[in-house]
Each structure stands twice: as C-alpha cells, then as structure tokens.
Write a new protein. Structure first.
Length: 249
C-alpha cells in the first residue's frame, strides 16, 4: 500500500513528500517465526533528511538496504529508543521476527544498519544482492528461502514461551502473570527470556506494554497517566507531548 507522509504541527511543509510502505505475511509454515516482510521506500527525493525514530521493540529485524547491496544487518533488542537518519532517499526491505526466535552469535550481528557494510557471518549480503533487482512481490520468496536456511542452520528456532505470552498478552499485567501464562516458574522464565531475547522478564514486559499502548489508549496498559508518561519518557527520552511535536506524529 502507498502512504503519504502527513505530518502534524511544524512538519506541514513536508506533507507533499511520499514514502511507500508495504508489508506481507510470510508463508504459513513460517507463521510462528516471521511476523512480517516489510518494504519502506521514498518516491523521489525528499526535501530534507528523514529521521526515523526506532522505538523499543521486542522483535528482531533483518534489514536490507536496496540502494547499497553491501549494507544489511541484524537489529539488537533494545529497551530504549534510537533515532536513525535515513537521509533524503532510501529503500529498505526488512524481515520482522517474533520475539526470541533469533539465536545469532555476536560475530553475526552488525551495527550501523543504515550506513555501514555488513561484516557479520550470516549470508545477508548474498541475499541482498538477489533482492536488489526485484519488486516487493518477487523479493518475498528470496526472503522465505533465507529464513528457511537460517532455520536449517538453527540460527532461528521457534520460541514456544514467547508464543504463549503473545497469545495471552491482553491478560498479562505482571511478571508473575507472564510466568503463569508460560507455565513456568519466575526463575525458569528469567532464564528462558534472558537466553532467547537478551531481556529480563520485567524489561520484556515493559517493551510489550509500551508497544501495546502506542496502538491503544494509555489507560489500557498502565495504572494511570503519570505512570505511562514516566515509562514513555524512560524508554524514548521524551514525554509523549514532546515526542509528538518533535516527530510530527
């Protein structure tokens, strides 16, 4: 689908700029591994740099730069936000994985996803070279084959614990409730989440609740407005009001 960038407040002069956003579900046999295949692309050249604010996310991504096939990488899970300058023209393909399925070693990660060549050990550059000359529909089988290869190599493994958490997320408000939904003790949950996501249970829950809140009313996931504002500022560095003004959302 095509989306027009329609900012609020001080960003009105950028209304005419267009960014194409598309997403697709993976094949059914990867439905518990991959959340979405995603494409983000400028149509023409923007009048000013596009600053993308990456909020805390419990999911991991493979990122492929379609304007430079040597640039790709793996995101690391974060409990705080990060601002990325994507420049005035960009084209990215992403694989968004469900939490806790990626089992990559340190030498397979690469930081600087939007401006640095990938130097890790995963076959990302080979995949990116294949992606470069295809449209989004044609790219999806290439992404699927890459995920299948990573599954075979056990670099990606289904995570039954996080699957249970997501199935019950609307009823989970505490770490103890998260452990109960997973049929684990608090100590077992601590070990599993730390090993598979790198996050402690309370951090994992905070990230999930923030993500939920951004799609719902604050009161749905927080006891009160002040608690939401405090959590939002700790994660993003901004109050909700300042965040809205700065990033035109």
């Amino acid at each position: 689908m095509m989306k027009t960038y329609d900012p609020k407040g001080h960003g009105k002069e950028r209304t005419a700029e267009v960014i194409k956003f598309a997403e697709a579900k993976p094949p059914s046999h990867l439905g518990a591994i991959v959340h979405r295949y995603i494409e983000l692309e400028t149509v023409g050249r923007l009048n000013m740099d596009y600053r993308f604010h990456a909020l805390p996310d419990a999911c991991a991504y493979l990122v492929f730069d379609q304007l430079n096939s040597d640039v790709s990488g793996v995101t690391k899970l974060r409990t705080t936000s990060e601002e990325l300058n994507l420049g005035r023209q960009f084209h990215y393909i992403n694989i968004r994985f469900f939490p806790g399925v990626c089992h990559f070693s340190e030498d397979e990660y690469s930081y600087g996803l939007v401006n640095s060549p990938y130097k890790g050990a995963l076959p990302l550059l080979e995949a990116n070279h294949k992606l470069a000359s295809c449209n989004f529909e044609e790219k999806q089988p290439i992404l699927t084959r890459l995920v299948e290869d990573l599954l075979t190599a056990k670099k990606i493994v289904p995570n039954l614990v996080t699957q249970k958490i997501f199935r019950n997320i609307d009823e989970i408000n505490t770490v103890s409730e998260m452990a109960a939904a997973s049929n684990l003790s608090a100590r077992q949950l601590q070990r599993v989440l730390k090993r598979t996501t790198g996050l402690a249970p309370h951090d994992f829950l905070k990230v999930l609740r923030l993500q939920q809140t951004l799609n719902n009313e604050a009161s749905d996931n927080y006891a009160d407005q002040s608690h939401f504002i405090h959590s939002f500022k700790k994660a993003t560095g901004y109050t909700p009001g300042r965040y809205t003004r700065k990033f035109d959302v």
